[in-house]
Design a protein around this ligand. Structure first.
Ligand SMILES: [Zn+2]
Length: 273
């Protein structure tokens, strides 16, 4: 498969979270130890249109660009506010960065939501004018489960008209469930369960090379290199299986990059395929 003109992937950092270290990298529970991690979204310039992957934090969560507990608690329940401790510097929300690139929400052809945790859907509030919003049916289905209703405040995503897709049996992925978005293998949504049941990673492929966006199946490249199963997740066994798959993919010679959403070692950049 070869798309002339190519595919461009913009890695955007849309603020930060300050998580307990164990949530990101496993190990013993030491609540006092926290790590600052970026929150990413990705803009894909694809011949089928402009695609945004995840939405990061909205401005309302950090009105002055710093961590403001009162502002966060207006949007998130206290326990989630204390868990994430989000902040977004001025100009850094996904919406603001797109605006600086002269892209309005209505210019977006598609927003893909890898899963429904607040650091991935908060920005929907500012971006819901996109032509289409899409997530996995399996992710929506499991919001019925109490653990997810506690993790994923419904007000952040339920008001918006999000279409869903079903995974299909596939030779790709730890769960052998995937969805070829355009039928040409250029963008494949691969179920990587563990952090949530329905979450997907993306394989973006062109001209014999691919980029893998892992979402929260890993918190950094260290996660799969050292097999550090994140402490934050629903099913540790499935998380481990997803990490093993990421490790295998990252070692393939045609892998141009394998990128975790919250990797502190990643920097904003543009990758061309
Ligand atoms: Zn996340």
């Amino acid at each position: 498969m070869s798309i002339s003109g190519g595919i461009k992937i913009h890695v955007l950092h849309c603020g930060c979270v300050s998580l307990p270290r164990r949530a990101a990298f496993g190990g013993p529970a030491l609540p006092a130890r926290r790590v600052d991690l970026p929150v990413s979204a990705y803009l894909i310039e694809h011949p089928q249109g402009l695609i945004l992957v995840d939405t990061g934090w909205s401005r309302e969560i950090s009105p002055r660009g710093v961590y403001a507990p009162e502002a966060v608690r207006r949007v998130l329940p206290r326990r989630l506010a204390d868990f994430y401790r989000p902040r977004v510097a001025p100009g850094q929300t996904a919406c603001e960065q797109l605006e600086a690139m002269d892209i309005s929400p209505t210019d977006l052809d598609l927003i893909l939501l890898t899963h429904l945790d607040p650091d991935h859907v908060s920005g929907l509030k500012e971006l819901s004018g996109a032509k289409r919003l899409l997530m996995a049916e399996e992710e929506r289905w499991w919001t019925a489960r109490t653990v997810y209703s506690l993790r994923q405040p419904r007000a952040m995503w339920e008001p918006y008209p999000i279409d869903t897709f079903w995974y299909k049996g596939s030779p790709i992925g730890p769960n052998r469930w995937a969805r070829d978005l355009f039928g040409d293998e250029s963008v494949t949504l691969v179920n990587v369960p563990g952090h949530t049941e329905g979450m997907f990673a993306l394989i973006i492929k062109n001209r014999g090379r691919f980029v893998l966006l892992s979402s929260d199946a890993a918190f950094s490249s260290r996660s799969w290199r050292e097999m550090l199963v994140p402490g934050f997740g629903f099913n540790p066994k499935a998380q481990e299986k997803s990490l093993l798959w990421l490790r295998e993919q990252s070692r393939l010679p045609d892998c141009a990059a394998c990128i975790a959403n919250h990797d502190p070692a990643e920097k904003p950049r543009v990758i061309e395929l």
